[in-house]
Structures are given as C-alpha cells and as structure tokens.
Design a protein around this ligand. Structure first.
Ligand SMILES: [Zn+2]
Ligand SMILES: [Zn+2]
Length: 256
C-alpha cells in the first residue's frame, strides 16, 4: 500500500495526534501519498451541532496546516488536502462553495447518516428496516452520480440486520452505480482492525460478483495506526479471498 487517502485530525473530536505526526508515521510506513480527509464541516442551520466533525471556523486552519506540511515535505511524500463528506442534499450546494473557496482538492464519500443528518440516526447501528437501507443506497447512489467524489469510504457502513437477500439486492445497486461512475469502493482497514460490522462479507461477495474497483483506506484516527503493516496484509488477504486486488492509487476527482 503506497497511498492512503483517508486520514483524520483531532478537529473531528474523535482522533488524536498532530498532523505532522501523521506525516512522519506515513513516511516511516513507506507511504508515498498521504491524503488528509478529515470529517468535513457542514453548513447546518444555526443551533444544530454535529458532534463528529470540525466546525466551519476550523476549516481554514485545517487547510493551511495541510498545505504547509505539503510544502515542508515536498520531495519526500505527497500530501493531499481532502475531506470525508456525506451527501446531504439540502446543504450540499453550500458545502461545495465552502470547500471550493478553501481549495480542498478532493472528497471521499462517507455516508454516516441519511437525510440531512438532522433528526436521523447514525447508519452504523443495527437496523432491520429495509426501507431505511434503501434510502441509504438511494442517497449514496445520488452522491456518486454528482461526479464529485473520489471514492466511497466504508460503503458497507449501514448495519443491516435483516434478510441477506434484501441486503445484497440493495448493495448490488451501489456496486453497479460505482461501476457506472468508475468510482472505487473502499475496504476500510479501521473497521477490519476493530472487528466492526464492516467490512461486511455479504457486501464484499457482491463487490466481487460485480467486479468493482477497490481501494484500501486506513481511516487513521491516530498517527501510529499508519505504522500497522499487519492490518494492510490482512486487508489484502481479505480482498484476495474474494478474488479482488486493490488499486494502488486513485485519480482524484476535482470538486470544481
Ligand atoms: Zn467515516
Ligand atoms: Zn473516516
């Protein structure tokens, strides 16, 4: 693994370590490309506070910090400035203006909630509601079709506990949309490391059947996680079990 496009910073309120520590660990681990993709701020209406992302007032410093590191480490490691973003239709156009104004280079799609986040539960809690799963898929597919996302992070985040056939039929729609948009799907190594409900084997069966493009993402929330070579091996083995080989790098989709 020579590139990781999924790196957080403490601004999301659930990661630790300074940006430079992430860079140093990435270099020690042999990465040639390190992309910061912290949880994007979102222009929600006043009074609504999202607890797992940076505030709008933190974006400027985030971008400055990453750009400064890019210059400082030029020639040693390529540093990219991105965000992990949900697609919330109501606030998305405003979000795009903000990200463009700040010179963000790329977005990865991380659809942690459906609707517009407000009054919606986290997608990663066990849920047997097929309608909700369908909404997750509809919304993710709409997001992919914007053409603005570079890849889809933990596409199997939705924790469906209902019928496997129902689940796979819905998730196949995501795989087929990813193919028609030529958009890679991420095997999330943090989930694999933490024995979370993702990566979900039922999902990866479908990814293999549809022969989707696949990339591995560390989803690092602490610098040292980037040094974990074992999890990268396990990721490759996991994919090999489905006859899949991850891409080394992805082409960034411009957000303009
Ligand atoms: Zn995420
Ligand atoms: Zn993440």
């Amino acid at each position: 693994m020579i590139a990781n496009y999924h790196t957080h910073t403490p601004r999301c309120k659930h990661a630790i370590g300074r940006e430079e520590e992430y860079v140093r660990c990435a270099m020690d681990a042999g990465f040639q490309i390190l992309g910061f993709a912290d949880h994007t701020p979102y222009p929600f209406p006043a009074g609504f506070v999202s607890g797992f992302r940076m505030g709008l007032h933190e974006l400027e410093d985030y971008c400055l910090t990453v750009r400064k590191l890019r210059q400082q480490y030029a020639g040693q490691i390529q540093i990219l400035l991105g965000v992990e973003a949900e697609y919330y239709p109501k606030f998305f156009p405003d979000l795009m203006d903000i990200l463009r104004d700040n010179g963000v280079q790329y977005m990865i799609l991380g659809q942690h909630m459906i609707g517009n986040e407000i009054d919606e539960p986290y997608c990663g809690i066990p849920d047997g509601d097929a309608k909700k799963l369908e909404r997750y898929c509809d919304q993710s597919i709409e997001a992919m079709h914007t053409g603005l996302f570079t890849y889809f992070a933990h596409p199997d985040l939705f924790h469906f506990v209902g019928d496997k056939k129902v689940y796979q039929a819905q998730m196949r729609r995501i795989c087929q949309a990813a193919n028609s948009c030529r958009l890679p799907l991420e095997l999330n190594l943090l989930g694999l490391h933490g024995n979370r409900h993702y990566p979900n084997p039922h999902f990866w069966e479908v990814v293999a059947e549809e022969n989707c493009r696949v990339i591995m993402g560390m989803d690092a929330h602490q610098p040292k996680f980037l040094l974990d070579a074992d999890i990268r091996c396990r990721g490759r083995e996991f994919l090999a079990g489905y006859g899949l080989t991850p891409m080394d790098t992805v082409t960034l989709r411009s957000i303009r």
